[in-house]
Design a protein around this ligand. Structure first.
Ligand code: KIV
Ligand code: ZN
Length: 385
């Protein structure tokens, strides 16, 4: 309702490309290491999911990274296969030797990165970036350029370096919010300003240090960004990157923007990555969490049983999830009746009353009532236990 009104003020693209970096930034999640075989399995699933680009790793960093890139390329997937590289010959050659069709090259541009990390001048950094992009293009490969820490870089310099790489032949510029310092309004402003200077597609890469990665990515899309970087389950350095499942569902259902993602595969993808990485999702994680479509309060359950939209913004089927009715102290009679019906258990009014009171009393003691508990209570009142 309200969103339809504000959408008229936005510069929305029709379609947004999804650049998945689960296997690169996602693998930088503290405590996560993904083997070559696991990378191959994840890449196959990402391809089925429909991501446009899979950033498979940082080839120069290890033989395993190069092996993974080579093996994934042999699969001949529909997604573009991208390797990360600094604009250094050894990095670029490592990626090129693997046979990637897409290179994401990056260099720090903010005063902090220039002074403390790179110890290079603005001009030296700009020249390196241009040389890197030219080298990639000389090899006939798609080039995406990131000004690392773009969101803490002086705007005039950012404009200058992005314009220079565009002139050098870059296919896309990416704007990383490397330490997640943006808020949606500032991200929207930055992308709107860059849109006036840059003629190639603009991408964003948002980190979640303040829990704003998805919101900031959406704000960038509102300003005309045509690609977003994301990871399954929001994995990534520190607090992670924008979560692919949240971003895609917001784009498709809130903005009506198309992506190539098969959304009904999202829960399966999330669980697969969670099993491989050992990073469990909190139950209340949006879209894919165990509780994303679970209802406990009597009023909510009553509403959902009449019409699911009363308390669900999208259907669980859209993302491959299932609706759950959970029993606890907030449970109403409707939920218990629905559960008993589901199990084919018939109780008379007096028996039902006894089960209902037991559910409430256990709930008040801070207990959650599982389906098995409910069945046992019903069997007891039926004298079958
Ligand atoms: O967060 C970041 O800046 C990155 C770069 C490599 C683009 O991951
Ligand atoms: Zn990052």
């Amino acid at each position: 309702m309200y969103i339809e009104t504000v959408k008229k003020t936005m510069n929305l693209p029709e379609k947004v490309r999804i650049f998945d970096t689960t296997l690169r930034d996602g693998e930088q999640t503290p405590g996560v290491a993904i083997t070559v075989d696991e990378k191959i399995r994840i890449a196959k699933k990402l391809d089925k999911l429909g991501v446009d680009t899979i950033e498979v790793g940082f080839p120069v960093s290890s033989p395993g990274e190069r092996k993974a890139a080579r093996e994934i390329l042999k699969l001949d997937l529909n997604s573009s296969i991208c390797g990360l590289a600094r604009p250094l010959k050894k990095d670029l050659d490592a990626a090129i030797d693997c046979g990637v069709d897409y290179i994401h090259t990056f260099i720090g541009t903010s005063p902090l990165h220039r002074e403390y990390k790179l110890k290079m001048s603005k001009e030296e950094i700009l020249n390196k970036a241009v040389e890197g992009v030219e080298y990639i293009k000389d090899h006939g490969i798609t080039a995406e350029f990131s000004a690392e820490d773009a969101t803490r870089t002086e705007f005039d310099y950012l404009k200058e370096i992005y314009t220079a790489v565009e002139d050098a032949g870059a296919d896309c510029i990416n704007v990383p919010d490397t330490v997640g310092v943006m808020i949606p309004t500032s991200m929207n402003y930055l992308i709107s300003e860059l849109k006036q200077e840059i003629n190639i597609p603009i991408s964003v890469h948002c980190h979640d240090d303040f829990g704003l990665a998805v919101a900031n990515s959406l704000a960038a899309v509102e300003a005309g960004a045509q690609q977003v970087h994301a990871t399954i389950n929001g994995l990534g350095e520190r607090a992670g990157n924008a979560s692919l499942e949240e971003l895609v569902m917001a784009l498709t259902t809130r903005y009506n923007i198309k992506t190539n993602i098969q959304t009904e595969l999202l829960v399966d993808m999330s669980e697969f990555v969670s099993r491989i990485t050992g990073i469990k999702m909190p139950p209340n994680k949006a879209i894919v969490g165990e509780n994303a479509f679970a209802h406990e309060a009597g009023i909510h359950v009553h509403g959902v049983l009449q019409k699911a939209e009363t308390y669900e913004p999208i259907t669980p089927e859209m993302v491959g999830h299932t609706r759950r009715i959970v029993l606890g102290k907030h449970t109403g009679a409707n939920a218990i009746r629905a559960k008993l019906d589901e199990y084919g258990i018939e109780l008379n009014e007096e028996q039902f009353e006894r089960v209902f009171n037991q559910v409430k009393s256990l709930g008040d003691k801070g207990k959650c009532i599982t389906d098995a508990d409910l069945k046992a209570m019903a069997q007891t009142v039926l004298g079958k236990a």
